[in-house]
Ligand binder design. Structure first.
Ligand code: NAD
Ligand code: AHE
Ligand code: ZN
Length: 370
């Protein structure tokens, strides 16, 4: 079949709206009509050329929602008409990682996903016979896409696609990092670096679990008001500190250091600051931000010797098929706010504008619709 899709032909280039050939679902695969997709900073990270796994030409997008329109042979858990959210972290429930009960990082199809192809090693997308890569196993910037059954969470049919698509990455990553990865307890002091599409969800996760101080750090002063709406109790703009050291300021503000900190930018400098602003003896720092090829983190080992823990999270530690439908319920029941974070909604034809808004710091999440 043919599908409309936003294709990126080369690193650093704008996306182009194309009519793409799409092969139907093979064994264990499902054809999904994408109704809406959020634009995450990770799409921009790979578009820019900073991702060591980046492959081109490619159809980006990993924060979508849509409807099953066809199923290949062997599909047992989904049928035509089901509403779904694609999962870049699938949940096969059979691999060593899924069975360990210790991680959400299902390994069953990770290798082919990183090669931009389906589990059988081939792509379903092409233009005039030229292969187009899948992205993060999702490619939600295409009106129709093919995914393995294990990479789809079935959700309730009354949830609006143009809002719950954000649960496909940002919402789940931010809230999950608090609940699943850090396991923040009531009364804890939390510091969040970067108040964008991820950091604001960390704030609302921290508020949900009953954190005490929730400190937000961002260079963009416009992020303060929205941060406060999402539970932030203190805002720190490093630009306003003059000569004062940011880490020293945060340690003082939290009376000895954060119980938990979260890096939601992708800067190795901030990752270090996030670790070092943690409390001696027990502070835990969670890396969420994705740093570019060749970048490495550093700190004095003494920071760890003296009881701080450095950890990271992918998709907020969530097991997608189990947790995503539950988070959709939280949204539908008014327990979490998604609407205030979706600052722009536009047809997919305007997708490059969504990237511009992200660069200018004017959007939190842009959602493109089909
Ligand atoms: P975003 O662009 O919406 O937000 C980034 C925020 O960081 C902005 O508010 C910006 O003003 C702020 N910022 C930039 N430089 C800063 C600095 N030096 N100090 C303080 N604040 C600064 O991006 P996003 O969609 O929220 O994504 C954030 C990061 O998380 C990206 O690196 C993205 O790739 C990554 N991410 C990781 C996962 C995961 O599973 N680990 C999931 C989603 C996104
Ligand atoms: N390919 C990059 C790393 C990109 C990365 O860390 N991706 C996160 C999700 S970001 C979503 O917005 C992730 O899930 N990582 C785990 C995984 O298996 O990819 C690189 O540096 O090579
Ligand atoms: Zn993302």
């Amino acid at each position: 079949m043919k599908t409309k899709a936003a294709v990126c032909f080369e690193a650093g280039k704008n996306l182009e709206i194309e009519t793409v050939d799409l092969e139907g679902p093979k064994f264990g695969e499902v054809l999904v009509e994408i109704k809406a997709s959020g634009v995450c900073h990770t799409d921009e990270f790979t578009r820019s050329g900073g991702d060591p796994e980046g492959l081109f030409p490619v159809i980006f997008g990993h924060e979508g929602a849509g409807v099953v329109v066809d199923v290949g042979p062997g599909i047992v858990s989904l049928k035509k008409g089901d509403h779904v959210i694609p999962l870049y972290t699938p949940e096969c429930r059979q691999c060593k990682s899924c069975l360990s009960g210790k991680t959400n990082l299902c390994t069953s199809i990770r290798a082919t996903q990183g090669q931009g192809v389906m589990p059988d090693g081939s792509s379903r997308f092409s233009i005039k016979g030229r292969k187009i890569h899948h992205y993060m196993g999702c490619s939600t910037f295409s009106n129709y896409t093919v995914l393995p059954e294990i990479a789809l969470a079935k959700i309730r049919p009354d949830a609006p696609f143009d809002k719950v698509c954000y649960i496909g990455c940002g919402v789940t990553t931010g809230i999950g990092a608090v609940i699943n990865t850090a396991k923040v307890e009531p009364g804890a002091n939390v510091v969040v670096f970067g108040l964008g599409g991820i950091g604001l969800n960390v704030l609302q996760g921290a508020r949900m679990v009953g954190a005490n101080m929730i400190v937000g750090v961002d260079l963009n002063p416009a992020r303060e008001a929205l941060g406060r709406k999402f539970g932030m109790t203190h805002f720190v703009n490093p630009k306003d500190l003059g000569d004062k050291d940011l880490v020293a300021h945060l340690v003082e503000l939290t009376d000895g250091g954060a119980d938990y900190s979260f890096e939601c930018v992708g800067s190795t400098k901030l990752m270090r600051q996030a670790l070092e602003c943690c409390h001696r003896g027990w502070g835990k720092s969670v890396i969420i931000g994705v740093a570019g090829a060749g970048q490495e983190i550093a700190t004095r080992p003494f920071q760890l010797v003296t009881g701080r823990t450095w950890m990271g999270t992918a998709f907020g530690g969530a097991k997608g098929r189990r947790d995503v439908p539950k988070i959709v319920d939280w949204y539908m029941d008014g327990k979490i706010d998604i609407d205030s974070l979706i600052t722009h909604t536009m047809p997919v034809e305007k997708i490059n504008h969504a990237f511009d808004l992200m660069h200018k710091g004017e959007s939190i999440r842009s959602v493109v619709t089909f």
